[in-house]
Design a protein around this ligand. Structure first.
Ligand code: ATP
Length: 446
């Protein structure tokens, strides 16, 4: 990793700045509504960002749904009626303690202050108002009439979709505990202190699993999911010295949770949560059963056994994880007299897997280059770049993490072979065009 915590004190650009700049310059992430001066802490994912974010979500879905027989997927509505949030406790409890500085008129989350008496903006002490609870849910109105009966909420988490569909799924999917429901999608929180780029935004994407288990198996499944989820980030290339699993202290736990652990990443400003894994007991199903009047339980027809399953919840952020993957992958190295910027992204996460580069723009090479491109496109997300010197084009691909570059040169027209260059080692190999898909497939190991 090029930048470090230490770098923040010097005038060198920090790792944070380097990654944010790269995101803008190479169309990963743009500030939203920029032509109107920007819309604070809201971001749009550009041509490369949308590919990478999709890859993060697909990697999660692959490991949580595709490779398992005990998890099914769901895509629930974003708008939901107040009853859902009454039952879940969000209407009463989903709030942050908010204080205003009467000196400099800034607003802060009391629980995030280093010193609860000192304003971090102006440095004055004793200028804070009493803390007020500030509900983080976005409320809007459904239908043409603005009255209280038309109130609806944008979901602040995807999890409630799984609880309110538990009955539908258990009745129609032939699943029995232990089994899970997985969902990826947008969530919205009116955060008081958004910031640190896409780490904390008001609109973000989550990847959540609710895993329902017999009550006496809850503890062992909690341990299981903690290990699985920690390993997922390691497998996708985050080094273990930048990752830790931190168990919540007793005073951090929600009243219904008998255990919560966070997977944390060492961001340039310190450790930050990527994912929480919680042992939620039967709280959610019991709450929704009481509020809806429906039975939310499992009945085993074979044994006659009836119980409310307990739930283990691994809840991750897709946008926040993408930022961690970018930070962990960012590297600068000296190559001869040049500084090479390279994103050492896991191939599964890299926006493009392969770049096809004709050595020159000459008409003689382009038809062959396009033929090679078209043969690769059904298999891999490819870039195609014909401008500037080949060395510059390699560097451009290194900077966005493309694992392989395929160069078509004049020899290709004779021997029907291409040069394949690997991103990290920069080693080159000559590969026959008719073996190219197999070769790349094997090397990428997707
Ligand atoms: P935090 O303490 O950082 O506010 P949280 O504990 O409230 O997070 P959860 O409710 O457990 O977060 O949500 C699960 C995951 O969703 C988090 O680990 C994080 O990756 C992501 N997430 C939560 N809030 C945001 C946000 N405002 N912006 C981006 N990602 C978020």
């Amino acid at each position: 990793m090029a930048g470090t915590l230490g770098a923040m004190a010097s005038t060198e650009p920090t790792l944070f700045d380097q990654v944010v700049n790269l995101c803008k310059r190479r169309s990963f992430v743009f500030p939203s509504a920029e032509i109107y001066g920007g819309f604070r802490s809201t971001y749009d994912y550009g041509p490369l960002g949308v590919l990478m974010l999709r890859n993060v979500k697909d990697a999660w879905w692959r490991s949580m749904v595709q490779l398992r027989h005990d998890v099914v997927g769901l895509d629930a509505a974003i708008l939901s009626p107040p009853q859902v949030w009454e039952a879940s406790g969000h209407l009463d409890n989903f709030s942050d303690p908010l204080v205003d500085c009467t000196g400099c008129k800034t607003r802060h989350r009391q629980d995030q202050l280093n010193d609860p008496d000192v304003c971090p903006s102006c440095g004055e002490s004793g200028t804070f108002t009493e803390a007020r609870a500030f509900n983080l849910m976005f409320k809007t109105q459904a239908g043409p009439v603005e009255d209280a009966g038309a109130d609806v909420y944008l979901r602040p988490e995807t999890a409630q979709g799984m609880f309110i569909n538990f009955k539908n799924i258990i009745e129609t999917s032939r699943k029995k505990p232990p089994f899970g429901i997985a969902q990826v999608g947008k969530s919205f929180r009116n955060e008081i202190t958004p910031g640190n780029f896409v780490f904390r935004t008001r609109e973000f994407e989550q990847m959540e699993l609710e895993f329902f288990v017999p009550p006496n198996e809850a503890e062992s499944w909690y341990e299981y999911w903690m290990n699985e989820r920690y390993q997922w980030y390691l497998d996708l290339g985050i080094p273990d010295d930048l990752l830790r699993l931190r168990a919540h202290e007793a005073d951090e736990l929600s009243h219904y949770s008998s255990g919560t652990s966070d997977v944390e990443f060492l961001f340039p400003w310190g450790w930050g949560e990527l994912e929480g894994i919680a042992n939620r007991g039967d709280f959610d199903l019991t709450q929704h059963a009481q509020h809806s009047g429906q039975k939310l339980e499992y009945f085993d027809q074979g044994t006659g056994e009836r119980y409310v399953p307990h739930c283990i919840e691994p809840a991750a952020g897709a946008t926040r994880s993408m930022m961690a993957f970018l930070m962990a992958a960012y590297d600068e190295e000296q190559v001869n007299d040049d500084t090479r910027t390279v994103l050492r992204l896991h191939p599964r996460l890299a926006p493009y897997k392969v770049a096809v580069l004709p050595l020159s723009k000459k008409d003689t090479l382009l038809p062959k280059a396009e033929e090679v491109l078209h043969s690769l496109q059904p298999h891999f997300m490819c870039d195609y770049d014909i401008t500037q010197a080949i060395g510059k084009r390699y560097r451009r691909q290194d900077e966005i993490g493309t694992p392989y570059c395929v160069t078509i040169d004049f020899d290709t027209l004779e021997d029907n072979a291409v040069t394949v260059r690997e991103r990290d080692s920069m080693e080159q190999q000559r590969i026959p065009v008719d073996q190219l898909v197999n070769y790349l497939d094997e090397q990428l190991g997707l």
